[in-house]
Design a protein around this ligand. Structure first.
Ligand code: ZN
Length: 465
């Protein structure tokens, strides 16, 4: 496994002090089980939250109400008009008409705005912020990437993304997991986070650096493994340093140099080793897969979600449906690159492939929607303009969802994929008060999702109209 190189002094790109700091940080990290089991712990501390109402005494949680023109709760097929939400501390306690709000409490009046559950982006790379992410990986330190990533996830929160899942990120160390830790400790306001520190790739795959001479011994952005034994070690190491998902690059990718999304990379034995090892620790696996054969191999191996799924065929769709596997199609990112083009040579591949396959991909996602596959929202953006990711809602509508289904995909279905649906994803009594609002009606104009005006996380307001 090439990761072992990271421990060899000669090849480690950072000084001893940086490595020690990372080790000390990892030593205090909550286990992945704990992190998964308690998203409530992710609530930003009162002291760190800007624009928050008066701090309550610890004995009695603050009670507040929200009034809005309509409420989309993430579960019902119809919105509730002239709705009220009663919040106590970090939780929702009642949902109904304005008469549910007791007299004398603080009431946030949002006028005709539409309130929805906090948005969930299941595929966000906060450390990758330019079209040349593999070059950035080589020239930026882990610490610098973490600082940029912190800014990115805070911007995402302000755009309405109250929960993010990281599907691996471009970093030698474990910066996404440390971002999550710092937010969970209340050092910074930020979204709830889950995910994998690295994408696991074969030699020459989408997580390897494939554009340098063989004389260069670089540490790739992905975690490069070959064979079931290296796979087991990689999975164990990911979990050790806080990944609460495992991310596998089962096929080639659109956005990397020197590989093809039509090729399957891992063998069935390698996939089985990954899922076995992760399952033993109750850690779910997400599989980046474009080629139909790779999608089917990943589902048969037991993964929980398929990322992208570009070339899925009828059999792949029925397997997803049958086994309850989530599909995170990340459609808009392709449309974005087709519209905008790219200066970077490696992203030119993304532009060309998206131009060629976008229409058939939209059609296949339509087939998956009609087949009843559980589809969730993922942006595949990182530190780009944070509202960009919300164009995914419109892409899902274009593929065949109703606006209501698309909103549920980015709220309730995302929470189910994370196994956090007992706390997140809907506006119902007992759930955490993660709420967003838009000024207009997203059921009439889905592009409203890109213009979130109000954000509350765990009962604390972080953005007001
Ligand atoms: Zn991705």
């Amino acid at each position: 496994m090439k990761r072992d190189q990271r421990r060899e002094g000669g090849r480690r790109p950072f000084g001893r002090a940086a490595a020690v700091m990372v080790m000390v940080a990892a030593a205090g990290l909550a286990g992945p089980g704990e992190a998964t089991a308690d998203p409530a712990a992710a609530t930003p501390a009162a002291t760190a939250a800007p624009a928050t109402a008066a701090t309550a005494s610890p004995a009695k949680p603050a009670v507040k109400g929200i009034l809005c023109g309509q409420l989309i709760d993430g579960r019902s097929d119809r919105p509730l008009k002239n709705a009220a939400i009663l919040i106590e501390g970090e939780k929702i306690v009642k949902v109904g008409g304005p008469d549910i709000l007791p007299r004398g409490i603080e009431v946030i009046e949002l006028g005709s705005a539409t309130v929805m559950p906090g948005l969930i982006d299941l595929h966000c790379h906060p450390l990758e912020s330019t079209d040349s992410y593999q070059i950035d990986h080589l020239r930026w330190s882990s610490a610098y990437k973490a600082l940029r990533g912190l800014k990115a996830v805070q911007d995402d929160l302000m755009a309405g993304w109250t929960t993010l899942r990281v599907p691996g990120d471009g970093d030698v160390f474990y910066a996404p997991m440390d971002l999550r830790r710092a937010i969970n400790e209340g050092l910074f306001v930020g979204p709830r986070m889950s995910g994998a520190a690295h994408y696991i790739s074969v030699t020459g795959g989408g997580g390897d650096i494939n554009f340098m001479s063989p004389e260069q011994h670089l540490i790739a952005d992905g975690l490069v493994v070959d064979g079931p034994e290296e796979m087991r070690k990689a999975v164990r190491e990911e979990i050790k340093y806080g990944s609460d998902w495992i991310k596998l690059l089962v096929t080639g990718a659109f956005m990397s140099t020197g590989d093809s999304p039509g090729d399957v990379h891992f063998s069935p034995e390698e996939l089985k080793a990954a899922v076995d090892e992760a399952s033993r620790r109750r850690v779910p696996v997400m599989a980046h897969a474009h080629a139909a054969e790779g999608i089917k191999m990943a589902i048969r191996a037991g993964v929980r979600s398929i990322e992208h799924g570009t070339f899925m065929d009828a059999e792949a769709i029925s397997l997803m449906k049958e086994r309850g596997v989530f599909l995170v199609p990340t459609m808009y990112v392709g449309e974005y690159y087709v519209e905008r083009g790219s200066e970077s040579p490696e992203m030119q591949k993304m532009v060309d492939l998206s131009r060629k396959h976008q229409a058939e991909f939209t059609r296949r996602v339509g087939d998956a929607i009609r087949a009843g596959v559980k589809i969730a929202v993922g942006s595949d953006f990182g530190a780009y303009a944070p509202e960009l990711g919300a164009h995914e809602f419109a892409s899902l509508v274009k593929a065949g969802m109703t606006p209501m289904q698309a909103i549920q995909a980015g709220t309730r279905v995302g929470a189910e994929a994370l196994r956090w649906d007992d706390r997140l994803g809907t506006v119902e009594p007992g759930k955490l008060a993660d709420l967003v609002a838009v000024a207009g009606d997203p059921l009439k104009d889905i592009s409203e999702m890109t213009r979130v005006t109000f954000v509350m996380i765990g009962g604390k307001v972080v953005k007001r109209p």
